[in-house]
Design a protein around this ligand. Structure first.
Ligand SMILES: C[S@@+](CC[C@H](N)C(=O)[O-])C[C@H]1O[C@@H](n2cnc3c(N)ncnc32)[C@H](O)[C@@H]1O
Length: 209
């Protein structure tokens, strides 16, 4: 692990996910059941037909399901990931090449925001403002589903599938508390272990009606 001083985190992430696009999708395989389990808990709470945004959508290995009943938009800074998302959704999702922290939609306009295994790449000092934005974008009773970083990591670069990758997060409990501070009601929060032993906090929250 080495410090990120002097490097642009978003450039490290963009280059990394462009480079590992196919291997990452393969790596994701055994982790898809957890994604689907949480997604299927969230789906009954999302207003049918409402717009849903997937932040850091990657190849949409799970959220592609949402395209059947929702207007789905994926946001990612990696063009290779968006190419895979286009394939996965048969071109039916709107795909936006953007940094999550630069993205915005009209307040109250979304039925749900989903973000799986992406926020742990966003510099943690930007995360509180991001949760506040999510709360603003959601319609009343709108749903926020996300997985989070597990430990306290101010910012580091590690090897990920052969490419340097940037990570940054507070521990799960602190980040879950930040979701609540943003005005969202946390309905479920749990730390989930994947088949390869990696663990991640998952949070399902809603904007109050
Ligand atoms: C670990 S992958 C997860 C992809 C997908 N959500 C899934 O469930 O497999 C993280 C994704 O988030 C994207 N990402 C990370 N930081 C981002 C940022 N600041 N803005 C936009 N996308 C970002 C990466 O390019 C990558 O596609």
């Amino acid at each position: 692990m080495r410090s990120v001083a002097g490097s642009d985190p978003r450039e490290i992430v963009r280059r990394g996910y462009d480079q590992v696009a196919e291997p990452y999708l393969e790596f994701t395989g055994p982790h898809i059941p957890t994604r689907l389990r949480w997604l299927r808990r969230a789906v009954p709470l999302i207003r049918p037909g409402s717009p849903v945004v997937d932040l850091g959508c990657g190849a949409m290995p799970a959220t592609r399901e949402l395209v059947e009943d929702h207007t789905l938009m994926g946001v990612d800074l990696s063009i290779e990931q968006l190419r895979m998302a286009r394939r996965a959704t048969g071109g039916r999702a709107a795909l936006v090449l953007a940094d999550i922290t630069d993205f915005a939609v009209r307040p109250g306009s979304l039925g749900a925001v989903v973000s799986m295994w992406a926020l742990l790449h966003v510099p943690r000092d930007a995360q509180r403002a991001l949760f506040a934005s999510v709360a603003r974008w959601l319609e009343p009773s709108g749903v926020f589903l996300c997985s989070l970083g597990l430990t306290d990591d101010p910012g580091s670069v590690e090897d990920f599938l052969g490419s340097p990758m940037f990570f940054s997060h507070f521990d799960g409990a602190s980040t879950t508390a930040m979701v609540g501070d943003a005005g969202l009601v946390v309905e479920e929060a749990d730390e989930v272990e994947e088949p390869d032993g990696t663990r991640a906090p998952w949070v399902l929250a809603r904007r109050p009606a």
